[in-house]
Design a binder for this molecule. Sequence first.
Ligand code: AMZ
Length: 284
Amino acid sequence: MILYPAIDLRHGKVVQLVGGDPKNVAVERPSPEVQAKAWEEAGATWVHVVDLDAAFGEKNQWALLPRVLGRRLRVQFGGGIRSMTQIQQLLELGVQRVVVGTQGVRNPEWLRELCVVFPGRIVFAVDARGRDVVVKGWTERTGIDLITLARGLDGAGLAAFLYTNVEKEGRLQGMDRAVISELRNNCPKTPILVSGGVTSLEDLQWLEEHGVAGAVLGMSIYTGALDLKTAVQHFPQPAYRSAAPVPLDPDEAEGEEDGDVAGDDGTGYIKVLRAREETEGEEE
Ligand code: AMZ
């Protein structure tokens, strides 16, 4: 069970929102770097960083990323990611995994391409009210069924599904166990991470017993309902490993005979897909 302490960024600060509502800020702390240091000292080897401003369609907060990177913490980062170029830039900065929500819901084929270009680096955030998938900072319902959507992408090569129950998020009242079980049973090929309502050691134990690979911890560790250090003692974390270098210059891939084979580092694809993305952008 990998524990992902959350660092949710809003207007330059670290926050915890109740139910994802930007007007309902339950916790606010001034410094992303102090927060990252605290989670590292508690024994985490990963952090889950969300750019809430970008998720709400506002200016991104990437300028804060260097304040979290550079520690013995692997960074999973998401919020407002809409293009392959952005993902490349984040991986160049040292982010280990990029979380994509809204854009992946709108365009699952693009998500499949991402998995080929960036194997093991893409997490698909499926945020839902019950099973109804929501997007754009949880402000829009889609009418898309979470399990149907996830089933269609099982085996695509995602690093994980990150399932967030937005009704449970920030409320310290436990998780939606029925939906988690359904997701696990319907998507046997993809690791599952869970967020929203993970409150106790018993919740973590249940997740582990039900084949869930990791949990994002937010309100519980910010309020002290759950002590991260104690949780790490119960669920020993994998040793820190730095992010593998990503060869991101598409020109370097030219002339590589195997550069266009799925499952390699994907550089051969980048140029083609970037061109396609640009064309699609022009068509919009
Ligand atoms: O709290 C919120 N309102 C919120 C939130 N935490 N809205 C989006 N997010 C997170 C998702 C996911 O990790 O849980 O942002 C990420 C997805 O962002 P996007 O912009 O790709 O949908």
